[in-house]
Design a protein around this ligand. Structure first.
Ligand code: AMP
Ligand code: ZN
Length: 468
């Protein structure tokens, strides 16, 4: 399996630190609002990397943080007149809902920055002790020039950076020894969350969070560190500096970065107003369509979001689902005899598409080519599997499509039972709402179900439902 390493700018054979195991850290979102579809790209991409690794038999320890203390969270809290914690808790909850709807598996651990302050203080103290950091009036800075390898990930020339940055020094920052020094700990401001530390009350800088959480949950050396390409500099460069100077070991062996998501060929940004939350997309599409769309491009390429591309993703996904449901229908009607010799040969062809899929994924997770292999298999099934085939063959072809899609986190078989589950859950929620005399919510649920063709019948034996 080959992975493109941002640090070496090359595809490298993946060799884990511990055979059979993978330790992976993915920088998570800052939780001050609903996540947008740009944030969804690393979630979907690296969840797919994880799923493929698991398919290959690796045990993956997947850690992804929530940044729950930050200027934007504090600003939002002030705007709403609530605590920063209330804001971050609310949007972590919403983010987890979006992740589930995109079929992104929960991480092995989702650490929160605010729960890891002790570890951060410890790492900062070690860096000061080793001469890599210094305290000026309650602000602790990292002494960038002391780390010879600074710039090795982003391939930036330190001297250019330094001369470019000198002019950027603003009032209040002139206490830095060097323009490239960055903050590890900042002093408390009135009305902001803070924690006690040897340098006074304050809060950690953003970069130190990830160094500490990666160390605590994965160790001093990890296999893969990942995030969006905007994080290469300064965030990941600074993480390397902190971790390697503190621990004296190589921090991460493979650095993976996803390309950016654009909208209508323009950079997606709040200021341009060309900006969608995952929740907004969910109003129009099954989020499986969003996932399919994201995986239809290589993760390192820029990807353009447009209504046309979403429509074609929707159609493509439907083509796969139709093939699966057709195979299911054929399987149910087919004979239970043993596979014929001809069918054995057909099965071998099916295997060849699976091999093609794996080859594409082994080549730096080329999901575009992997999806092409799924379509070849779908086309093969549509043209070659008929009502003359045995249930064994038909079932095996169907399972192969489902299995490949599952590695991508794409659900190819839409199960009725799943829908039933959702209905039962909503009915339960409606009952609870009625009990709590929240009749508005109860009516809302009844209407929601009605819109989906489910009629509720309040009977003496309790609530019954039927499809209209
Ligand atoms: P943030 O909440 O801004 O720290 O971002 C969380 C993750 O989303 C990081 O890995 C970012 O690199 C990534 N990200 C943010 N915007 C985009 C975008 N437009 N396209 C792809 N990834 C993005
Ligand atoms: Zn990070």
């Amino acid at each position: 399996m080959k992975i493109y390493n941002t640090q070496s700018k090359q595809k490298e054979e993946f060799v884990p630190l511990v055979p059979g195991k993978v330790s992976m850290y993915v920088c998570g979102p800052t939780v001050y609002n609903f996540i947008h579809i740009g944030n969804a790209r690393p979630m979907i991409v690296f969840d797919t990397v994880r799923r493929y690794m698991e398919h290959k038999g690796y045990e993956v320890n997947f850690v992804s943080n929530f940044t729950d203390v930050d200027d934007k969270i504090i600003a939002k809290a002030i705007e709403e007149g609530v605590s920063a914690q209330e804001i971050s808790e609310r949007y972590i909850k919403e983010c987890k809902k979006d992740m589930a709807a995109m079929n992104v598996k929960p991480a092995t651990t989702h650490p929160l920055a605010t729960q890891e302050i002790d570890g951060m203080i410890e790492m900062i103290a070690t860096l000061i002790e080793k001469g890599y950091a210094y305290d000026v009036d309650g602000t602790v800075y990292f002494r960038t020039r002391k780390f010879d390898e600074y710039g090795k990930l982003s391939h930036k020339n330190l001297e250019d950076l330094r001369s470019g940055n000198r002019s950027l020094l603003v009032t209040g920052e002139d206490q830095k020894e060097d323009p490239l020094d960055f903050v590890l700990w900042k002093p408390k401001k009135e009305g902001e969350p803070s924690w006690p530390s040897p340098w006074g009350d304050g809060r950690p800088g953003w970069h130190i969070e990830c160094s500490v959480m990666a160390k605590r949950y994965l160790g001093e050396e990890i296999d893969i560190h990942a995030g969006g390409e905007d994080l290469i500099f300064p965030h990941h460069e600074n993480e390397i500096a902190q971790s390697e100077c503190c621990n004296g070991k190589t921090f991460a062996r493979y650095w993976m970065h996803n390309g950016f998501l654009n909208i209508d060929n323009r950079k997606m940004s709040k200021s341009l107003g060309n900006f969608f939350t995952v929740r907004e997309i969910a109003e129009k599409y099954d989020l499986q369509v969003l996932r399919f769309f994201m995986l239809s491009a290589h993760y390192r390429s820029p990807l353009n979001f447009s209504a046309e591309l979403m429509e074609s993703a929707k159609n493509a996904l439907e083509r796969i689902r139709n093939a699966v449901s057709n195979l299911k229908y054929l399987q149910e009607a087919a004979s239970a005899e043993e596979m014929t010799a001809d069918e054995q040969a057909m099965l071998a062809e099916v295997k060849s598409f699976e091999t093609k899929f794996d080859e594409a994924m082994d080549d730096d997770f080329n999901t575009a080519d992997a999806i092409a292999a799924v379509f070849e298999l779908v086309k093969y099934a549509n043209t070659n599997v008929t009502s003359a085939n045995t249930a064994a063959l038909t079932g095996a072809v169907k399972e192969a499509i489902i299995r490949l899609c599952d590695i991508l986190g794409i659900i190819a078989e839409v199960k009725e039972e799943l829908l039933d589950d959702e209905i039962e859950k909503l009915i339960e929620e409606r009952q609870a709402a009625r009990k709590a005399k929240n009749f508005a919510r109860a009516d809302e649920i009844r209407n929601e179900l009605l819109e989906k063709g489910i009629v509720l019948l309040d009977t003496r034996e309790g609530v019954k439902w039927k499809r209209a």
